[in-house]
Write a protein of this length. Structure first.
Lengths: 660, 372
């Protein structure tokens, strides 16, 4: 009964999304508050129905109901409960349902929290959000239905890929989708504004919270994915320029550009066309990600099953959404007011430069991601575009953006004074340069580029702190006054400082880890050792353990420092999942301050004298924790900004303001 | 079924009510844009009051915001008051939506199909005569019994046998590992574990199997199966004379009417003649036995369907079994016969097509050699 109710609810959701679009559009066009209100009610109804379907699917996974084809293909009775639940979005069909849940959830949020929007803009935006719902729900119902039943259910399920049976990956997709699909609201608001023909400062104010929320959630989603890749795949790396990683990175870059251009539009009324363009582009890139993962054009650990038919359908959906958006933009753009003027040295100019650089970086990533696909489509030749391409193209472009970042917030709107800004930043600049030189002098082997990266990281952190110090007039007024100014600062300012400093923290970690990682691999019999930088590793024992749905060999690796002190008793595992016959490595990570000691147990082989030996790979990953801490600080900055009264819509207003 | 219709009606009513409630509560929001601009002006004054904006910045920002506030006055939206028409439209669409959804659901869904939670299916199989169940279902029943009796190795032993008969050798190994942990003094469990290791290694007596057989012999030095396999491993390692001596000793210890004695004598003669184990391994190992059992069961099902063909589930199982075994000719024949028989039942046809697309499995024992 529950499964079939879920199947019915999914179709009901599709019908109500048609109502959402129709009633809202007609309500907006005819200025009918009743129809527009009914459209908003339909948005809530759509979300309710998709939530029922999603709950039914999770129920099917939890009870191992293999009469549901999706459960039979992606679950198993022996799977731990967390992964049974996560299995609901571990497959193509289930993840599309999650996508629809988030999409309709945002539609419902717009209906509930959009009271401060102009009524027509609100009606059109809800209608466009409903139209996106129609496309994705129709695709899910007719081409990718997770509720399809089997007449003759198998006795057992085929289980989920063991690599995906991991807590980080269980929560990674919900965050990622909340980010990806969050840009749909920006898209809908952009479409609504283009239909109305008005893009102004007020519009930017309405767009900012949605952009901030989507970007912050996407940041967490990408970070969780990188963290998962780091400790689950057993390669020691955290970013591989995998096309699917790039697919999530492109909307993030565009979202970051949009966040900044929306500020210019809100504060100065400038860049309206560009901001709307970015609003359309952010969701287009999100859909591109969905297409790349599901179309079968990519082979990746992230990619779902190869299915060209579904890929063509998704490509058509992306074409319709992006095509109609950019067509409308082309028609309306000439009539958009170009907004306020500003001098070449001003905060607006700094943000424009930031936008140009971020867009160029996005184009670079897009080229590197799609070029192999285009080449293969044209002449059938398989080419691979990997880290060397991105290191030579993306990295220099981003370095430019990061180098100018600390100056931007210190420049005045309209007309800035570069000399004054440099006077405020020279301490941060000098400190960063000194720390970079110290790094170059002290860390062996000496690496100039990595040391420059470290200096850049400190420059970003120092610049963010200098800007904060400037705002609170640190050391220029009595401390009590500084404290008062700090407590009176808008949360958005704190969020900006945290996000910019978070970027610096990330750059520090990435520079350090990439340049000074120590790696060693050797086949060890019991009792044998090897050296790893300042540490010595000894394989003391290997035993067999049994998990809920796997058998494993678990090693006991003692790691001692140069003084002979035990710093870590690592227990890496090599797991075998009988269902599907797959083998995975369960890395053991010993945190040492900001560093990680990273131990992987490899396959068993014949060692010296016929004794069994195991391939043990080990890494010292210096400052690697900063790589994950930095983006989390950025996301936290976004969340703090989102809590700013000025940014929230229709909530948290002071009584005096409401009365005014 | 009734519960489904009541729930579907309830959900439809709740969704429709949301539309109607929202339509009924809708009211005009006058100039929220001006409100936003006004808030921005107030915010500028607040920040300036706290000394967070200097005078020049305050002036500039205030001028800008005031200009926008004036501009927004030109965009005040005037929405007319409405008659009953829009409300009727809202009511009509909210009522029609569930009907349209229901029609689509009946066309593409599976109305009336009950939930089939695993626990319920196992309970059903437990209540069924075991003779009518196939090995995977017997294994599922035994797994539930083993879970209820976590300290009893007996259900685990039978579970291992059922899993092996289903072709699930890693599952059999897992069950026996648990069994020997519960009863480390039972020679039959160690022996069975060793035999599963041998089956998984396609007849080769590897280190895990030797360990298991060694444990069995510690308990009962006369146990025939461990003695047989350990002798075999000696021959495989090059100690042909030692291995043959062990075999001969085993044959001498076996009762004359033991069914294994004759094949052992033949194998001794073969090894004596060849000077070692023939390659490929001629041992009638578990792998072949298990696969023989599976093939036998599938052919039994095929025979039963010949006499009682009106069994769609049976045909789907047969088609899937042939697909798994890679028996393409038999698969095509069974699929054609079943498709013709059930041509008027699209759901059975869909299930048959789905079963036919099941990828063939490697022969049991052909697992990843690098597994723990």
């Amino acid at each position: 009964m529950i499964i079939e109710l879920g199947a019915f609810a999914l179709i009901l959701a599709l019908v109500f999304s048609v109502l959402q679009t129709g009633l809202s559009a007609v309500g907006g066009a005819r200025r009918s508050a009743v129809l527009a209100g009914a459209g908003r009610g339909a948005a809530l109804a759509t979300f309710l129905c998709v939530a029922v379907t999603f709950a039914a699917l999770v129920h099917a996974f939890v009870t191992s109901d293999f009469s549901v084809a999706n459960v039979a293909a992606n679950s198993h009775t022996a799977k731990p409960m967390l992964f049974k639940v996560a299995g609901a979005w571990g497959s193509h069909e289930g993840s599309m349902l999650l996508w629809c849940l988030v999409l309709t959830g945002y539609g419902a949020a717009m209906a509930v929290f959009g009271a401060s929007l102009p009524p027509r803009l609100r009606a059109y935006a809800v209608a466009v959000q409903g139209a996106l719902g129609i496309m994705f729900l129709a695709y899910t119902v007719f081409a990718s239905n997770p509720m399809i039943r089997l007449v003759d259910p198998p006795v057992e399920g085929r289980s989920l890929n063991p690599l995906l049976q991991d807590w980080a990956l269980a929560v990674h997709p919900p965050f990622l989708y909340a980010g990806y699909v969050g840009f749909s609201v920006v898209y809908s608001l952009a479409m609504g504004a283009l239909i109305e023909g008005r893009v102004d400062a007020a519009w930017a104010r309405w767009v900012r919270p949605w952009t901030l929320a989507a970007w912050s959630l996407l940041t967490i989603g990408i970070t969780l994915g990188a963290f998962w890749a780091y400790y689950e795949l057993g390669w020691g790396g955290w970013w591989f320029w995998d096309p699917v990683e790039n697919a999530s990175f492109m909307p993030w870059l565009i979202g970051a550009a949009l966040l900044h251009s929306a500020i210019v539009l809100e504060k100065r009324g400038a860049l309206p066309g560009w901001t709307v363009f970015l609003g359309l582009a952010a969701f287009t890139f999100s859909m591109l990600g969905a297409f790349l993962v599901r179309s079968g054009v990519l082979t990746s650990v992230h990619a779902f099953a190869v299915d060209p038919t579904r890929g063509v359908l998704l490509l058509m959906m992306m074409g319709v959404a992006a095509g109609s958006g950019f067509l409308l933009f082309a028609l309306r753009a000439p009539s958009l007011n170009s907004g306020g003027l500003f001098a070449p040295v001003s905060r607006e100019s700094a943000i424009v430069l930031n936008n140009i650089v971020l867009s160029t970086a996005t184009a670079t990533v897009l080229l590197g991601t799609l070029y192999p696909l285009i080449r293969e489509a044209i002449d059938g030749e398989a080419v691979s575009v990997g880290p060397p391409f991105f290191n030579l193209t993306f990295t220099p472009v981003m370095l430019l953006a990061l180098a100018i970042l600390p100056a931007g917030p210190l420049l005045a709107w309209k007309r800035g004074d570069a000399g004054a800004v440099m006077r405020r930043l020279w301490v941060a600049l000098a400190a960063a340069a000194v720390l970079g030189l110290v790094t170059y002098g002290l860390i062996v082997p000496r690496k100039a580029l990595a040391s420059a990266g470290v200096a850049l990281g400190f420059w970003l952190i120092g610049g963010a702190l200098a800007e904060l110090a400037e705002r609170v007039k640190l050391l220029r007024v009595p401390l009590a006054q500084t404290w008062r100014r700090a407590t009176g600062l808008p949360r958005g300012a704190w969020g900006t400082t945290l996000a910019h400093a978070g970027m610096g923290v990330f750059v520090l970690g990435a520079s350090f880890e990439t340049a000074w990682r120590v790696e060693q691999a050797q086949a060890l019999s019991l009792g044998q050792s090897f050296r790893l930088g300042a540490y010595s590793l000894t394989l003391q024992d290997v035993g067999t353990v049994e998990g809920p749905n796997y058998l494993a060999e678990r090693g006991k690796v003692a790691i001692v420092d140069q003084a002979g002190r035990l710093v870590c008793a690592a227990r890496p595992e090599r797991r075998f999942y009988p269902t599907g016959g797959q083998t995975t490595s369960e890395v053991h990570i010993c945190p040492k301050g900001l560093d990680d000691l990273y131990i992987v147990l490899g396959e068993r082989r014949a060692g010296e004298g016929g004794k069994p030996a195991w391939l043990v790979r080990a890494y010292v990953n210096p400052w690697v924790r900063l790589i994950f801490l930095g983006p989390l600080l950025m996301a936290l900055g976004g969340a703090i900004s989102l809590s700013d009264r000025r940014i929230r819509l229709g909530v948290g207003r002071r009584a005096s303001e409401t009365a005014a | 079924m009734l519960a489904f219709w009541i729930s579907a009606a309830g959900l439809s009513a709740a969704a429709g009510a949301l539309v109607l409630r929202s339509a009924a509560k809708s009211r005009l929001v006058v100039a929220p844009e001006r409100d936003a601009q006004r808030r921005q002006l107030l915010e500028i004054e607040r920040l300036a009051g706290q000394g967070l904006l200097d005078e020049a910045e305050r002036q500039g920002a205030r001028t800008e915001a005031a200009r926008r506030l004036l501009a927004s006055a030109d965009h005040v939206e005037a929405w007319p008051s409405e008659g009953a028409g829009p409300r009727r439209i809202a009511l009509l669409t909210a009522a029609l939506a569930p009907i349209a959804a229901l029609a689509t659901y009946v066309a593409i869904g599976s109305p009336g199909m009950p939930d089939q939670p695993y626990a319920g299916r196992v309970a059903e199989w437990r209540a069924t005569d075991p003779a009518t169940l196939d090995p995977p279902r017997i294994a599922a029943v035994l797994a539930s019994i083993a879970a209820e009796r976590p300290t009893d190795p007996e259900p685990l032993k039978h579970l291992a046998l059922a899993r092996a008969a289903s072709g699930d050798l890693p599952g059999a190994e897992q069950a026996l590992r648990r069994a020997v942990r519960l009863a480390p003094g039972r020679v039959d469990l160690w022996t069975a574990l060793g035999e599963v290791f041998v089956s998984e290694a396609q007849g080769e007596v590897g280190p895990d199997a030797r360990l298991a057989f060694g444990e069995a012999l510690k308990i009962d030095p006369a146990a025939p199966s461990p003695r047989y396999y350990l002798a075999r491993s000696r021959i495989a390692d090059g100690d042909v004379a030692g291995g043959l001596a062990d075999w001969r000793a085993l044959a001498a210890d076996l009762p004359s009417d033991d069914q294994g004695r004759e094949p052992l004598m033949r194998e001794i003669a073969t090894v004596e003649k060849a000077g070692g184990l023939p390659a490929p391994v001629a041992q009638p190992g578990e792998t072949e036995q298990v696969q023989g059992m599976i093939a036998g069961m599938v052919e039994g099902l095929a025979t039963r369907l010949k006499t009682a063909p009106d069994d769609p589930d049976g045909w789907v199982r047969l088609v899937r079994a042939y697909a798994v075994m890679g028996e393409t000719a038999k698969l095509a024949a069974a699929l054609a016969e079943a498709s013709a028989r059930f041509s008027g039942e699209p759901k059975v046809l869909a299930a048959l097509r789905q079963a036919a697309q099941t990828p063939p499995q490697p022969k049991t024992g052909q697992q990843d050699g690098a597994r723990p």
